[in-house]
Design a protein around this ligand. Structure first.
Ligand SMILES: Nc1nc2c(ncn2[C@@H]2O[C@H](COP(=O)(O)OP(=O)(O)OP(=O)(O)O)[C@@H](O)[C@H]2O)c(=O)[nH]1
Ligand SMILES: [Mg+2]
Ligand SMILES: [Zn+2]
Length: 343
């Protein structure tokens, strides 16, 4: 194990912490920790204390098993890829038809859920990201871009603040330097943030503002369609960048719909007001659809719970139940996998 005072400041600035240091053994002497910066089918790059390197991959390396933000051990002389360290957090999503989940990013502290003050803004879409962030244990922050394009941001902000207790919501112009100041509380030294959201909401624009990179080095951005505010899927792969303020920012391609699975506890936290009413229902297994004595539907009738919110809860519950793998336990009784067991 490496003593704290031997860890170069540069590694701490990349997000290194005791959680990762504790995983090192004597056999790892001579290897250096680096973070995966880009992942492609046949090549990966990593960011370390001495800059970015293209990793030399072992034969038959499955790059799909690595996420941007992962810590790996690397031979500093040959750039040979060694062992991947255990992750503190892992964001992943279901993709249509694919057997395995797609890895979005690893070891993320804060998830910037990006939407815009225009037609992209949709509470149901944001709730999916919130449930995922809750489940994984990353702090969600809703970032509403294009505040400069509306006379009043209040109607947009108001659609978001009530989606989860204590939810942080910021509104900004992603192309203005002021955006970096607004996001500074989550972008301290060694903090890792990931930008997610639909295409065209301004994720790469925000990254460029945060990195203060020259035009040649900047991440490509693209215009959106006037008619419906939809983007053109300009960013096609995930990437990790060190930014001026000391944080690491992960840019991701726009996601059309975030399909969910394995987010039972993330949903409970998101819909806390519903989870808290459920014990007052007459039946313990009340589905809040048709049962008599339902405290949840009573709250809707009394006007203290939004009917649309309950409808969205139903939809996400059903999708989560349908997508969450059920494993057959001892004695053949079916159990769902416990939360947090999906490495
Ligand atoms: N006026 C204004 N335009 C913005 C803002 N943020 C982004 N844009 C513009 O919106 C368009 C899309 O921005 P991108 O950064 O490419 O969006 P993206 O989320 O990275 O999109 P994908 O890579 O396709 O997922 C560009 O024309 C940006 O200049 C903002 O806050 N205000
Ligand atoms: Mg982009
Ligand atoms: Zn009920």
């Amino acid at each position: 194990m490496v003593a704290d005072d031997q860890i170069p400041q540069k590694l701490l600035a990349l997000g290194w912490s005791p959680f990762f240091a504790d995983q090192l053994t004597e056999e790892d002497a001579g290897l250096v920790p680096m973070r995966i910066a880009t992942v492609h089918r046949a090549k990966m790059s990593a960011l370390g204390a001495s800059g970015t390197v293209r990793l030399m991959l072992p034969p038959l390396c499955n790059t799909g098993a690595y996420a941007v933000g992962d810590w790996v051990l690397v031979d500093p002389d040959t750039a040979d890829l060694g062992r991947r360290l255990d992750r503190r957090t892992l964001l992943q999503r279901r993709t249509e038809g694919a057997h395995q989940q797609q890895l979005i990013a690893a070891n993320v502290d804060t998830l910037f859920i990006v939407s815009s003050c225009n037609d992209d803004l949709n509470p149901a879409r944001l709730e999916r990201y919130l449930a995922l962030a809750n489940e994984v244990g990353t702090t969600p922050v809703v970032v509403l871009t294009k505040a400069d394009q509306v006379a009043d941001v209040a109607p947009y902000r108001d659609q978001v603040t009530g989606l989860q207790r204590g939810l942080e919501v910021v509104t900004l112009n992603g192309n203005s330097p002021e955006a970096a100041q607004i996001l500074a509380p989550w972008c301290g030294i060694g903090q890792t943030v990931a930008l997610v959201g639909s295409s065209g909401v301004g994720k790469s624009s925000l990254l460029n503002t945060l990195t203060e990179k020259s035009e040649e080095e900047a991440q490509l951005t693209g215009s959106i369609r006037e008619s419906d505010a939809k983007g053109r899927h300009t960013t096609t792969s995930r990437s990790l960048h060190a930014i001026a303020g000391g944080a690491l920012v992960i840019d991701t391609p726009g996601i059309r719909t975030l399909h969910v699975s394995d987010i039972t506890s993330g949903l409970d936290q998101l819909f806390a007001e519903i989870s808290e009413l459920a014990p007052d229902c007459k039946f313990r297994n009340c589905t809040h659809v048709h049962e008599p004595g339902c405290a949840v539907r009573a709250a809707v009738a009394a006007g203290s719970l939004d009917a649309a919110r309950l409808e969205r809860w139903h939809k996400l519950q059903e999708e989560n139940a349908a997508n969450t793998p059920v494993v057959t336990g001892a004695r053949g009784n079916k159990v769902t996998r416990p939360a947090g067991s999906r490495r």
